[in-house]
Design a protein around this ligand. Structure first.
Ligand SMILES: [Fe+2]
Length: 203
């Protein structure tokens, strides 16, 4: 029996180590990123020019946004630009499932990334977001831009021209960073809202 006497001690030590690790994980959630609105650094490796953000099981009205990203001259398409977008669900909430990491803990799971194609184009398929329950801001889709060799920056959110909260006072206060983000949506016979948001890169 003597040669095997180390086994219980080994099991005990391993168990204690395991409990210590589990305990540390439970007590110390990883800190949130410093930048509250960023997301480019969390892009997956296989980013395409098009993405689907909301699955078929996500409640809401389907929506497809397309656009072209232009260089600061407003005319030359800009390929290879990374876009990050995120938005609320149909109830105006940034929804989480509880297992989110990084800024998904702030932005929710309705988010996605695209890299513009050779013609500077991007497209995302999702659901039309709702207005915050406070109704203090129009329904919107946040958008950030990451050009090669340049820090990520935000541009005007996508809002919708038919939103009663996109009134004259609101329009007057828009920054128009990256061009106008006020999008005219049209609803097809298939029930899908479609709109276009072109982006002009910052100088
Ligand atoms: Fe927001």
């Amino acid at each position: 029996m003597r040669p095997l006497s180390w086994i219980p001690s080994f099991v005990l030590i391993a168990s204690l180590l395991g409990l210590s690790v589990l305990s540390a994980c439970a007590q110390e959630p990883r800190p949130l990123p410093d930048c509250e609105w960023c997301g480019a650094a969390e892009a997956p490796d296989d980013v395409s020019w098009t993405t689907t953000i909301a699955g078929a099981d996500e409640p809401g009205e389907p929506m497809v946004i397309t656009g072209t990203v232009y260089r600061p001259d407003g005319e030359t398409p800009a390929p290879g630009v990374l876009l990050y977008v995120y938005h609320t669900d149909a109830e105006g909430i940034y929804p989480t499932r509880g297992d989110e990491q990084g800024n998904a803990r702030r932005h929710g799971y309705l988010r996605g990334w695209m890299r513009t194609d050779d013609a500077g184009q991007y497209r995302f398929t999702t659901i039309r977001p709702g207005t915050y329950p406070s109704r203090n801001e129009p329904a919107h889709v946040h958008m950030t831009i990451k050009e090669p060799d340049r820090a990520e920056y935000w541009v005007d959110s996508i809002v919708f021209a038919d939103d009663p909260l996109v009134d004259a006072a609101y329009r007057a206060e828009r920054d128009e960073r990256g061009g106008s983000g006020i999008v005219d949506l049209t609803r097809g016979d298939d029930g899908v809202w479609r709109g276009q948001r072109d982006v002009v890169l910052m100088e």
